[in-house]
Ligand binder design. Sequence first.
Ligand code: PRP
Ligand code: HPA
Ligand code: MG
Length: 184
Amino acid sequence: MYGDDIASVLITEKEIHEKIGELAKQVSDDYPERGDRDDLVLVAVLKGAVMFMTDLSRSLTVPVQMEFMAVSSYGSATSSSGVVRILKDLDRDIAGRHVLIVEDIIDSGLTLSWLLKNLQSRNPASLEVCTLLRKPDAVKVEVPVRYVGFEIPNEFVVGYGLDFAERYRDLPYIGTLDPKVYSS
Ligand SMILES: O=P(O)(O)OC[C@H]1O[C@H](OP(=O)(O)OP(=O)(O)O)[C@H](O)[C@@H]1O
Ligand code: HPA
Ligand SMILES: [Mg+2]
């Protein structure tokens, strides 16, 4: 699939699913079931985090509610513009709720930094972040992140939700792109 566009596989499908099992255990331990109308609210940032949210939620042993927000700062570029736009807001009020933002990747940190401020202003009972990937060498803004799957090198990656110009999200693993893809 995708010819020889993928230069290398950075994280295999098996490694992703093992890591999700570990993260799900931590999250389930940290957010015990509270009962009526007080389920943990997972907020996934579209589109990249969809695969991660659906797999993570199915590995949790506590009930969750799912909300989606779409913000975009990348478009079809490979580095963040720093300008975050809301494309779709939450459907429900999160005041007084325990909220966990689910992200596919923290790169510069600009998107998440903006999102944390935005969601915090809605007065949730708690607000934490769970990201599958983080690039420590790319960070421009430090953001507090409770759960991190993998720290990865400062290279543009695709697959398992992550795109380049909307392609490659459907790959089951995470890989690096051959530079010819950027230049063509
Ligand atoms: O830490 P940052 O440098 O801000 O980058 C991280 C953000 O960039 C990507 O989203 P993108 O804007 O590409 O939207 P998408 O999920 O729809 O691909 C990714 O899903 C994160 O939300
Ligand atoms: O490395 C990346 N790949 C795809 N999308 C991204 N958004 C931020 N960083 C990346
Ligand atoms: Mg993208």
